[in-house]
Ligand binder design. Structure first.
Ligand SMILES: Cc1cc2nc3c(=O)[nH]c(=O)nc-3n(C[C@H](O)[C@H](O)[C@H](O)COP(=O)(O)OP(=O)(O)OC[C@H]3O[C@@H](n4cnc5c(N)ncnc54)[C@H](O)[C@@H]3O)c2cc1C
Length: 450
């Protein structure tokens, strides 16, 4: 049985790892890049700074994935306590924002608390993400944080988004807890699945997937791009003209592009793929000379004085993320900006806008501008698969059809499910689909709403 895997990101590597573990030998990965890791790869720039494609942190839901990561890194990782903050009204508010509104100016705090006392609607009845916010957070928190922040991240009208993906991804609200936090002047920081996370000591997040790929490299073809799939002949055409046959195909490339490159596909499936919405990201890494002591891990930016929605203090994750072997000290920031048809951005000017945004939001001083020693920019065309209202209907047409043809589309953009689109989920989608193909086992991750 020949199993062909498209993409050597976490999902493709999860499938390959499982096949190797089971002693299956007729499989192969086709990867268009010259490196493994996909969106979870890391890069070393000429000045000696390591960059992720947006700050990645590892917080796993799976013992299996934990064991694979531990073996891949050989124990060489740091464990960090999450510290994340929101920059708003020229001050820092601890995350989750809604639990820490006591940091806000008095009038805004009043608006937020009144909004919570006076919630409009019932979350279950909300027709979309925007209505759901009003029902859960109230008008003050929505106006000042939820609405502007989410608009910046997703780059689409929030009315076009579903609410079904939310549970683990957004901290819920408890008015009693918030009132207590205000009365006792207490910080409330512990929410979330990712309040502790691991990070490799060397090589950025990408080191995890390089380690996982190492024993598999003989079967991973780098710099080979799939350009067409013949679903009837069960054959993939590569850019260099090679044709590769398969019995089962695991696709982790973006599902809309995959559908467009497939031949012998009903129109209804093609049309459904047009309903899949995504955004892109501009990842700007700024490396600076100097010492910075700031324990924050990452920060959220809802306001319009900066293009980015999030900045990571990447120097805090591992000493090796900044240049080593000199007497000078360095620090580094990764700034993530969304682009989409609703929220266009210019990659030629984003670096300058990012530096201005860092100054406007108090993360850099004017004097530090001269201390910038590295600017690294990466344009990521597929960054977030947006959970729109039409997504599940489209997936309900596309996926069963592909599966009937021996094609399993999995991973962040293969399955197009943001709620199970992190590194651990994507890797496990690859593992689980192999158990399904070989043994008929149930796939737990791809069908889960979390
Ligand atoms: C800004 C940002 C921040 C993130 N932060 C986190 C985080 O903190 N924690 C976390 O767990 N996850 C995070 N993620 C998610 C993480 O990056 C993904 O879960 C993971 O990389 C998805 O793995 P994948 O294999 O499904 O897809 P990808 O990583 O997209 O890999 C797909 C692979 O397919 C290859 N490919 C595509 N088309 C073709 C073709 N035609 N022919 C051959 N090969 C092809 C690509 O080159 C790529 O290598 C973040 C993602 C982004 C964008």
């Amino acid at each position: 049985m020949k199993i062909l895997i498209l993409g050597a990101g976490p999902c493709g590597l999860g499938a390959a790892h499982r096949l190797n573990e089971l002693g299956h030998s007729t499989w192969r990965i086709i990867e268009k890049n010259s490196h493994v890791g996909g969106l979870s790869a890391s890069f070393l720039d000429d000045a000696g700074f390591t960059w992720d494609m947006g700050g990645h942190v590892l917080f796993s839901h799976y013992d299996y994935f934990d064991r694979v990561v531990a073996a891949a890194l050989g124990g060489e990782w740091h464990e960090h306590q999450r510290e994340s903050w929101v920059r708003i009204f020229q001050r820092w508010v601890p995350y989750p924002f809604q639990n820490n509104v006591r940091y806000l100016p008095d009038a805004v705090l009043k608006e937020c608390v009144e909004g919570l006392r006076d919630l409009s609607g019932i979350p279950a009845d909300a027709a979309n993400f925007r209505e759901w916010m009003d029902a859960v957070f109230g008008r003050g928190i929505v106006k000042h944080f939820m609405e502007p922040y989410n608009r910046k991240v997703w780059g689409v009208p929030l009315e076009s988004m579903d609410k079904g993906w939310i549970s683990e991804r957004v901290s819920m609200v408890d008015l009693n807890r918030i009132s207590k936090n205000i009365a006792e002047q207490r910080d409330d920081l512990s929410w979330g699945p990712n309040n502790r996370f691991k990070f490799p000591k060397q090589g950025g997040t990408g080191a995890i997937f390089e380690g996982i790929a190492r024993p598999l490299m003989a079967r991973i073809d780098l710099k080979r791009k799939m350009v067409r799939v013949d679903l009837e002949q069960k054959e993939v055409l590569l850019a260099d003209g090679e044709r590769v046959g398969y019995d089962f195909l695991i696709n982790s490339s973006p599902l809309d592009l995959f559908v467009r490159s497939s031949v012998f596909l009903p129109d209804v499936v093609r049309v459904a793929a047009d309903d899949l919405v995504h955004n892109g990201g501009l990842m700007a890494g700024i490396g600076l000379a100097g010492k910075r002591i700031d324990p924050k891990c990452w920060m959220y930016f809802p306001e319009s004085d900066s293009p980015f929605y999030r900045v990571t203090n990447f120097f805090n994750y591992a000493a090796a993320n900044v240049p080593q072997g000199t007497n000078d000290e360095y620090f580094s920031l990764i700034c993530e900006t969304t682009f989409s048809p609703h929220s266009p951005r210019n990659s030629a000017t984003i670096m300058a806008e990012t530096v201005e945004g860092l100054i406007a939001s108090g993360l850099l001083t004017e004097r530090e501008r001269e201390r910038i020693v590295s600017k690294w920019l990466l344009e990521v065309p597929y960054s977030y698969p947006v959970p729109t209202l039409g997504r599940d209907r489209a997936l309900g047409i596309i996926q069963p059809y592909l599966e009937s043809r021996g094609v399993y589309s999995r991973g962040r953009f293969g399955a197009w499910k943001y709620e199970v689109g992190n590194m651990d989920h994507s890797f496990m989608q690859g593992v689980e689909v192999i158990d399904r193909i070989l043994y008929g086992a149930r796939e737990n991750t791809v069908g889960r709403r979390e």
